[in-house]
Design a protein. Sequence first.
Length: 146
Amino acid sequence: MGLVRFVLNVLWLVISGLWLALAYLAAAVVCFLLFFLVITIPFGIASLRIAFYVLWPFGRTVVEREDAGAGSLIGNIIWFIVAGWWLALFHIATSIALAVTIIGIPFAWANLKMIPISIMPLGKKIVSSDQSFAYGSVTQPASAQY
């Protein structure tokens, strides 16, 4: 199972992971540098966390944080306005490009499964797929099937 995840992660990195990570890094730079607000620092941290996730997603999944509350909801609304919508569009465009080939279809599907975290990253935690059931995750992550 580890070898399959490694091969899938390497293919993902070459095909779309690097470009998606650069988009999330750009969002982090916008949140850290351009707004000069203390309020946007958590958004930059969340964007960096997702950037590392999209570089090497297979074998990891996203679960809800137990301590997430109203602050996460308000932050997610602000995030959606600042960067979430265009990152989701980037995932959709990448999925369409990947779905053109037969080999790219599973990667396109995994890419579409990343849209919810690109829209609402606050209140989420990235964990190993093996640990996801310990956090009460009952849904299959984009990478758990491999």
